[in-house]
Design a protein around this ligand. Structure first.
Ligand SMILES: CC(C)(COP(=O)(O)OP(=O)(O)OC[C@H]1O[C@@H](n2cnc3c(N)ncnc32)[C@H](O)[C@@H]1OP(=O)(O)O)[C@@H](O)C(=O)NCCC(=O)NCCS
Length: 143
């Protein structure tokens, strides 16, 4: 992380990392959907560890749930202090909901998510429950 991304104390602005997370969620879902995707929602964003100038940030993202046109992605950020030999530490995490769009910017169907392990099944079911609760909330807000 660079000095231009930090405050006067040398801490990196949260928004800088959130932008990296958004890009990471975009890349993973754009690759999966093979069409344009947009961010519709961010949930459970947590800052576990401060990030300083000179730290290495490692961002990874995994699709945990896929609906008809939307995907939920778990985005995980680790931070590594390159001035020490300390292993990377958990820094931020969040769930991003990304929606696939067709050429007319209308929600586009995506392939069903392949589930191979028990852990993936557990994550999928948890994602499905959150998806159902967001849908119910949106329906309620529309009334
Ligand atoms: C996201 C967006 C395309 C949804 O459009 P919409 O006409 O409301 O679409 P729908 O109601 O048909 O929903 C499409 C899918 O998105 C999901 N979705 C839409 N808004 C959502 C929200 N706020 N939270 C969670 N899921 C949402 C729906 O559940 C649905 O999923 P499914 O097809 O898997 O069942 C539209 O709201 C949009 O363009 N938002 C702005 C996105 C953007 O510009 N992001 C960058 C921010 S700078």
């Amino acid at each position: 992380m660079m000095p231009s991304q930090a405050n006067v104390e040398g801490n990196i602005h949260g928004g800088e990392i959130m932008k990296i997370m958004d890009s990471c969620a975009y890349a993973v879902t754009r690759r999966y959907a093979r069409t344009n995707v947009v961010t519709a929602r961010v949930d459970e964003l947590q800052f576990h560890q401060p990030i300083k100038v000179g730290d290495l940030v490692i961002c990874s993202a995994k699709i945990v749930f896929a609906g008809n046109t939307s995907m939920e992605v778990y985005v995980n950020v680790q931070v590594e202090d390159l001035r020490s030999h300390t292993p990377p530490l958990p820094a931020l995490s969040a769930y991003f909901t990304m929606v696939a769009l067709d050429r007319n910017s209308k929600p586009a169907h995506i392939p069903p998510l392949e589930i191979n392990t028990n852990e993936e099944k557990k994550d999928f079911e948890a994602g499905k429950a959150r998806y159902a609760s967001y849908k119910a909330k949106r329906q309620h807000e529309k009334k």
